[in-house]
Each structure stands twice: as C-alpha cells, then as structure tokens.
Design a protein around this ligand. Sequence first.
Ligand code: NAP
Length: 321
Amino acid sequence: MSVAFVTGISGQDGTILARRLVAEGVVVHGLVRSVDELNAWSRAERGQVTVHIGELTDTERVAQLVDQTEPDEVYNLAGISSVAYSWDHPVVTGLVTGVGAVGVFDAAWRLAQRTGRPVRVVQASSAEIFGRPATSPQDESSPIAPISPYGAAKAYAHLAAAVYRERGLPVSTVILYNHESPLRPTTFVTRKISSAAARIARNGGELTLGDTSVRRDWGWAPDYVDAMVRAVRHEQAGDYVVATGQTHTVEDFVEAAMTHAGVHDWRSRIRTDPALMRPAEASVQVGDATRARTVLGWQPTVDFAELVARMVDHDLELLGQ
Ligand code: NAP
C-alpha cells in the first residue's frame, strides 16, 4: 500500500487531497501546526489520516516524521498562502514558505538515500513567482520575477526544488494559479464574495471590496489537486503550470455570484475601500497549462460559472442551516 506525507493537510488543498488519497486506499500522514488546528479540522478527515503536530520551520521535526513514516509520495502544501498576509509578515513567510520547503525536500532526499528507493515529491509553487509578467500567458519558461514577499518565498522554494531534482530527488513543482472551493476562508476575495452574495440574498446588506478590475485565472481546487497527484506520480519530474488559461475580473466574479444568488440590484450594493488595494498588484496572470495537459493528461473539469455557482450554493446552504 502506498504511503503519502502531506504538509498543509488542514488547508483547502490539503483537505481535498487527503479525501482523495484516502478514497484511493493510500495511507496518509499529515502535518498540522497545533492541537487547536487539529480540533478545527473537519471531523470527516480525522480518523482516516494520521496527523502529526509540527511546524514546517522545525526542519528537524519534519525530517524525523518523513524518516519515520517512510512515504512514497510527499506533498508540500504548507505555507503562508496569502499575498496580503505576506506583506505584514515577510520574515515568517520566507521561513515557512521558502526555507520550510527546503526542509521537506531535504528530508525526502535523506529518506531516499537511507532506503535506496525513490521518494517522489510535489511542491505547491505559485503563479506569484512571475510577479508582474511581461507576457501572457505564462508558462514554465516565463521569467521568475516576484513582486511580493509571498512570491519571493515561493520563488526560492521553486528554485530549490530544481536544485534537489538535479541532486536526484524526483521533485515536481505545480505552478498553481488561483483555485477556489467552498473550503476557501472568507479572507480570500472569492469566498468573501460568495458568502456575501448568499448573505445579501437572504438578509440584504452590502459588500466592500478593493480594486474590482483585477483579473485572475481562477480554477476549481479539486482539479488543481488532481494535477498535483498526476505530477507526483509521473515518471519524469518537472515543472507544470496549472491554470485554466482564462481570466475574469473580480467584478465578473461579483456579477456571477450575485446573479446566481438572485441579487439583481448588486451594483448598488458594492462599496469600494482603498485600504483593500494591494501595495503591488500583479498585472495579468494567466497560465498556459499545455505541458500539464500533454505530459500529465490533466484538464480542468469545472468552468468559471460552475465554480462560482458551487461556492454560492454552499454559502446559501450554510445560511439555511
Ligand atoms: P491554505 O488553505 O492556506 O493552507 C495552507 C496550509 O499550510 C494550512 O494547512 C496551514 O495550516 C499550513 N501552514 C501554514 N503555516 C504553517 C507552518 N508554519 N507549519 C506547518 N503548516 C503551516 O492554502 P491552500 O489554498 O490549500 O494552498 C495550498 C498550497 O498551494 C499553499 O502552499 C499555497 O501557497 C499554494 N498555492 C495556492 C493557491 C490557491 O489559489 N489556493 C495558488 C497558488 C499556490 P494552518 O491552518 O494552521 O494555518
């Protein structure tokens, strides 16, 4: 039976991944930060996976866990995942998202050395490594030029993955563009909008946003988790852009969400707060996932309208409970 070690298992992608691996019969070990986190995590997942308490920055602990659990597959999903948060906590972001990833690669490499069998790794990289891209769409050869502490930390981890690949570790990176699901916290704009659409549909009110002209390439999170699984299991480790190749503005998202929830006077309910604008906004981020499609056989299964509808339906259901 195959064994997986997943960091960031309590996050959006980690939760979706854990469900999938458990359904496949994989023995799943996950890293969580604290008992509080463990308690907060969905009951459905607990009991089906073995969770270990530990900080990604505690590289000795991570190495010890990887060595003890002897995984065939390692998924490094842990990290500070918010660009906005990274501006307030740049040092922690560098330590967790950047240096922490190297600790995971090194632990996997040492395990492979000790056991003499391959330990396959996938690193959750990000479109933010491209910063303000000069050309669109971006692919695996686009220049790495981050413009935020988050992007810089992800870029360091991305380059370190290539270093370990060179050293013989089969580590792939998935260069993820934004992907959403009802598991996104409301601190992210998509879930903020879907939950507001449900709230306004039920109780009225308003929604305050920053720059609604920002464009993003948004996909459905389980599709992106599927890309991670395909990447880690592919015989040839490499870098893969994972994206839909289509962009929509935040305003498009608002319109789709409000309309789906039945709020037709939505324009009059939107307020703008300059404090919500980002210090250095990336320009058009849109990914060319040709390599993931051709090499991994990956493709997105849920389009933008369906993604928004699923998130709004979930939030309407929550309000109904
Ligand atoms: P998420 O929901 O924020 O999950 C991040 C996970 O990392 C959480 O489980 C978090 O635990 C854990 N974590 C944070 N700091 C940690 C630390 N010091 N030690 C151990 N664990 C720590 O993120 P996601 O949306 O699932 O994304 C998964 C990965 O893909 C992340 O690395 C993210 O940067 C990357 N990515 C995501 C997107 C996207 O659109 N979702 C796009 C590009 C890249 P707590 O719950 O305790 O904080």
